[in-house]
Design a binder for this molecule. Structure first.
Ligand code: APR
Length: 229
């Protein structure tokens, strides 16, 4: 029998219990930096040294973090479902939690690339050294989709969402487009679950709201899905 398809759309909230801070829970600052300075293409042109330092720090921090039970429970569903994770997160905690199909809409901390993003290299948790050059001579940069840049994996993510039976949104404020718009591509008859400790009023009634942090919410989801089978 064909497995049902679940697409997860995850954001910073799923990694919060692993010790990684979210973006909009801290007054527009990200680890004490103005988001525009460290996470926009203009910020890169203004001060690439600051941007490289900032992501080196994030990468070092990530090395010391572990996937939490929410990441693991997402992966565990692969035994009964065809699971695709579309994440806005640049950490690798879904992969380390066991997920095998992960689309990183906003790039990956463990990779670097040339300025045109045509050459991507795995760097693991090592620093990008200031002044490093890619093989085409351009500046080596973090492989991150910054504000002001295209989201190349969006089409692939849309195709996955269009085929889903179940969509689960976990730990995202849905404030950043185009990622936030992905829910609108879910088929009419798909069930949509939303897991977040702060669910805004006005959420459509067809959405099953689980107003809990990710680890607790994912346990509830497992039970709900079991009852459905
Ligand atoms: N479990 C689940 N959700 C949580 C938890 C938790 N323990 N703690 C906080 N949250 C929720 C918050 O209530 C909020 O809805 O996680 C969400 C985090 O929202 P944002 O900080 O806006 O993060 P995200 O939606 O991932 O941001 C999207 O913005 O700056 C960019 O590119 C960056 O990918 C990022 C994008």
């Amino acid at each position: 029998m064909n497995k049902k398809k679940i697409v997860f759309l995850t954001g910073a909230g799923i990694s919060a219990e692993s010790g990684i801070s979210t973006f909009r829970d801290s007054d527009g600052l990200w680890e004490n930096h103005n988001v525009e300075d460290v996470a926009s293409i203009d910020g890169w042109y203004r001060n690439s040294g600051l941007v490289i330092d900032f992501y080196n720090e994030r990468r070092r921090q990530l090395k010391g973090c572990l996937p939490n039970n929410a990441h693991r429970l997402v992966a565990a569903l692969e035994s009964d479902y065809d699971v695709t994770v579309v994440t806005q997160n640049v950490d690798d905690l879904h992969e380390r939690g066991g997920s095998t199909k992960v689309i990183h809409l906003h790039g990956e901390l463990t990779k670097a690339c040339n300025e045109s993003k045509t050459q991507v290299v795995d760097i693991g948790y090592s620093d990008i050294e200031q002044g490093s050059r890619a093989s085409d001579g351009s500046r080596l940069r973090p492989f991150i989709v910054w504000f002001g840049e295209a989201v190349p994996l969006l089409e692939e993510a849309i195709k996955e969402v269009e085929k889903c039976d179940i969509m689960v949104v976990v730990g995202t404020s849905l404030a950043v487009y185009p990622a936030a718009g992905l829910v609108h591509y879910a088929p009419q008859n798909a069930t949509i679950y939303l897991i977040d400790p702060k669910i805004p009023g006005g959420t459509p009634s067809k959405v099953v709201a689980i107003e809990k942090k990710a680890t607790v919410g994912m346990e509830i989801l497992h039970k709900l899905l079991k009852n459905e089978q």
